[in-house]
Design a protein around this ligand. Structure first.
Ligand code: C5P
Length: 233
């Protein structure tokens, strides 16, 4: 197997309701090889307790709450979030300059080493829907505009489709961090969403690859994890 992944470059999404459910998967994960992504589903049920629990098990966590609110609220929420020692968190770049700067201030005051990244345009939105609410640009242009807001505010990078990664790396430089969901291990699987294989994502310049249903819905989870581990250097 070609070794293409660095340790901890793959982030496993824990899209579950409880610690017990998530643990059926995480018990097979080595914290030296994988990071975890905790999103709204698990966090809204378990609360910050879940962060402490996985931290104690040795995992680094991307807390994916995609914050979007007035600057003061985002600032205060992120102070709490980084106070829990998370490795990475994120905001919606559509929240505007002031909100982005407030988020950056919270991160810098709490933990300069932690990552703060932006969400550009949700992959669930298409041009028709965006037009309906008044956006005139095409999606790639909007994504670039919003990514440049992130770059100007000195955020670490953005969440994007791996298919946008090449262009974003070219425009914003190799240090601009790209986190890419929608990863499939080998084949495109005829999925209707814009998915990318592990190898393609790496070639396009993705820095961190989010693996969701590819692991959680695998017929044999331990085997799938072993399969992914075989790509790790
Ligand atoms: O691999 P899969 O499609 O299951 O990945 C879904 C995960 O990626 C979910 O946790 C979802 O919240 C996240 N995601 C994201 N940003 C997107 C698309 C998906 O964070 N634009």
């Amino acid at each position: 197997m070609t070794k293409i992944l660095n340790p901890k470059q793959a982030i496993v999404a824990l899209d579950f309701n409880s610690y017990e459910e998530a643990n059926k998967l995480t018990k097979y994960l080595d914290p030296e090889k994988f990071r975890l992504k905790i999103g709204k589903q698990l966090f809204s049920n378990e609360g910050p307790f879940i962060l402490d629990k996985f931290h104690k098990e040795g995992f680094e966590i991307f807390l994916d709450l995609k914050l979007h609110d007035i600057p003061n609220t985002v600032y205060k929420a992120l102070k709490n979030i980084y106070g829990h020692g998370v490795w990475m968190s994120n905001i919606h770049l559509l929240g505007g300059k002031e909100m982005i700067n407030a988020a950056q201030k919270a991160r810098l005051e709490s933990n300069k080493e932690a990552f703060l990244i932006g969400v550009t345009i949700l992959t669930s939105l298409d041009e028709t829907q965006l037009k309906l609410i008044g956006f005139k640009d095409k999606v790639p242009q909007l994504v670039k505009k919003l990514a440049s807001e992130a770059k100007n505010a000195l955020l670490d990078g953005v969440v994007c489709s791996a298919q946008e990664a090449k262009e974003l790396k070219k425009t914003f430089g190799k240090d601009f961090v790209l986190v890419t969901p929608g990863i499939r291990i080998n084949s495109q699987k005829g999925d209707q969403s814009r998915v990318t294989t592990l190898k393609e994502a790496i070639n396009y310049g993705s820095d961190y690859l989010v693996l969701g249903r590819e692991i959680s819905k695998a017929k044999d989870i331990p085997q799938m994890i072993k399969n992914i581990e075989s790509y790790i250097i």
